[in-house]
Design a protein around this ligand. Sequence first.
Ligand code: ATP
Length: 305
Amino acid sequence: MTITRTTAPDLPGLASPGLADAAAPGLQTERLQLTRAGRLVIDGVDCTLPSGRLGALVGPNGAGKSTLLHLIAGVLSPDGTGRQVPTPPGTVHFDGERLDTASRRSRARVVALAEQHADSQLEISVTDAVLLGRTPHRSLFAAPGGDDRAFALRCLADVGALDLAGRLYRTLSGGERQRVNLARALAQEPRLLLLDEPTNHLDIRAQLDTLTLVSGLTERGLTALAALHDLNLAAAFADHVIVLAAGRVVAAGPPATVLTAELICTVYGVDATVLQHPRTGRPLLAFATLPAESGPRSTRTEGAL
Ligand SMILES: Nc1ncnc2c1ncn2[C@@H]1O[C@H](COP(=O)(O)OP(=O)(O)OP(=O)(O)O)[C@@H](O)[C@H]1O
């Protein structure tokens, strides 16, 4: 199965092409902080992502990428309990609206998180899983209507997963789940879409199609922030790259400015050669491991990608 639609879908919540508000401030976090098991895992994160842009959140394993996305989405409150706290350390704004103190329902009308490890044992159909994304747009206790169902099927079609509509969610493969999770997030009609490793489990065509789809949505006004491990995908698709290491933002800006050999060596302990893509002009990275004595990691193998 491939994602067949690589142009921006016509989601009703988004502006028409060219109508995105260029002056809108987008996502702004200030001094976000989270301690887990006595350790500061998010350490005073200030980051910004202008409206209508695709941001890539990169950084080594354990840097705090998933945790930061969860904090922005409000799935984790800044004290790590899932409750709102009276004076949370840090704030999250989107287009000037404060999200971290907003009600769950009003926040869910603004921001959606497509998670890598969404509930795997749900005894519900794929269509019903996507319909969960419509919840913030229905009145309380109302059952999904025909319009909701049609919208959910459109979102499945947009991610190339319409053929999965009647399947049980728990029977899907990792890559199939990944697409359905994205469809569920799109069904929420968010203005801010957060994606936790959206290309994980996907074959190369599906990786490119997924990021092309999200990139197309940002051209229609959506703001998207994706945690990505593949620096070449970040370089190829992102307008803005945020680098996280040990819970702190260590660099942020356009891919060509941020993804330098020096930064990659410092953050990942990897020897990178930064080339220029012959067609797009964007950075193209080739990697080799550093000699055993020169980097921060102990387990190394020889070789280059
Ligand atoms: N429930 C928890 N209790 C204690 N520590 C946790 C918990 N969840 C995450 N952590 C720690 O928080 C830090 C950040 O984790 P997080 O999953 O956000 O990193 P990440 O950058 O997304 O990593 P990866 O690239 O490996 O997915 C890690 O050191 C992790 O071990």
